[in-house]
Design a protein around this ligand. Structure first.
Ligand SMILES: Cc1cc2nc3c(=O)[nH]c(=O)nc-3n(C[C@H](O)[C@H](O)[C@H](O)COP(=O)(O)OP(=O)(O)OC[C@H]3O[C@@H](n4cnc5c(N)ncnc54)[C@H](O)[C@@H]3O)c2cc1C
Length: 283
């Protein structure tokens, strides 16, 4: 079995895309699926971290974090199915699928997280959702390894069964369709261009802060309509480019971000009588 690397009092601001979060007393980087399971058995109350692109980690820190980032092997099966380890970056998976002429994941190109984080969140963009492509997920439930089929995973808009369990996502199998790699690459390029045009990718953020509360309610537009673009609390700012994002404009704390989230919720509730639910995971 490959080993697990440990560091102590590791600042989570180094491991979250929002660049906030105090120390993890224990920070574990398992080097294989077996050692991930072993770590989880030893540290059952650990927080699981992929690329940290959807997490607001607390300023006071946490006891223990296990990151999947070193578990990134991708396999192509004979029947065209793709299986990858939970720490595989979505972008690497998209490029792999494109190389082998496998289509379906184009919408996900540019989502900066891991496959484990994407399945946990049922990440989606431009009309696609990761859950639609999942064939099976191999999980560790704290005692044993199970293989669950897509219809057991309760995928819906930014939701999955993983949000109400403590299961560890180990590997994910995808069912994709064959297509011309050049066409797939073209679609990926177009999607990426749209992201560059609309999202504040030059500043630290955790992506869209809130879920869309109903299909025809666009949070960014609502926040913009209230004149809140550019509003700051400490180092956290409502993005001037996309009001659905909060960006870290310099040394924001997690408390700054959380205060800004609460402020936006309150203003949107007052103006539109709509309750916003965070899409970001607030630890
Ligand atoms: C600039 C930017 C753009 C974004 N655009 C999009 C977008 O278009 N669509 C979208 O849906 N999201 C978007 N996001 C949010 C984010 O990238 C996705 O939700 C991503 O899938 C999260 O993956 P991660 O590895 O970073 O997860 P993390 O942030 O590390 O973790 C998220 C949650 O998943 C859990 N988790 C992670 N791995 C596992 C595992 N192996 N087993 C069990 N639980 C696990 C964590 O405990 C945590 O609760 C964006 C973020 C940024 C910064």
């Amino acid at each position: 079995m490959k080993l697990c690397k440990f560091t102590f009092n590791e600042p989570l601001s180094l491991h979250t895309s929002m660049k906030v979060g105090g120390p993890a007393k224990i920070f574990a980087r398992p080097q294989s699926i077996d050692s991930l399971i072993c770590c989880y058995k030893q540290l059952p109350h650990s927080k699981i971290l992929g690329k940290g692109t959807n997490v607001i980690a607390p300023d006071e820190g946490v006891e223990a974090v296990i990151t999947t980032l070193d578990l990134k092997r991708i396999y192509l099966l004979e029947d065209g199915k793709v299986v990858c380890e939970a720490g595989t970056l979505l972008n690497s998976l998209c490029k792999f699928a494109c190389q082998y002429g496998l289509s379906g994941l184009e919408f996900a190109y540019g989502i900066p997280g891991t496959v484990g984080g994407a399945v946990y969140m049922n990440a989606g963009a431009f009309g696609g959702e990761i859950g639609q492509l999942v064939d099976f997920v191999e999980v560790f439930d704290g005692e044993k390894v199970l293989t669950l089929q897509r219809d057991e995973l309760e995928f819906s808009y930014r939701k999955s069964i993983f949000q109400k369990t403590n299961w560890l996502i180990l590997k994910v199998g995808f069912r994709l369709k064959f297509d011309d790699p050049k066409q797939i690459a073209k679609r990926m390029g177009e999607i990426y261009k749209k992201r560059l045009q609309t999202q504040p990718l030059d500043l630290p953020s955790a992506g869209s802060v809130f879920k869309r509360p109903k299909p025809d309610f666009y949070v960014g537009k609502a926040v913009e309509s209230l004149g809140l673009k550019g509003l700051r609390i400490g180092g956290a700012e409502i993005s001037k480019k996309h009001a659905g994002f909060i960006v870290n404009v310099g040394n924001a704390s997690a408390n700054d971000v959380k205060a800004l989230i609460n402020f936006i919720r309150q203003k949107v509730k007052e103006a539109y009588n709509v309750d916003l639910e965070p899409e970001v995971e607030i630890w």
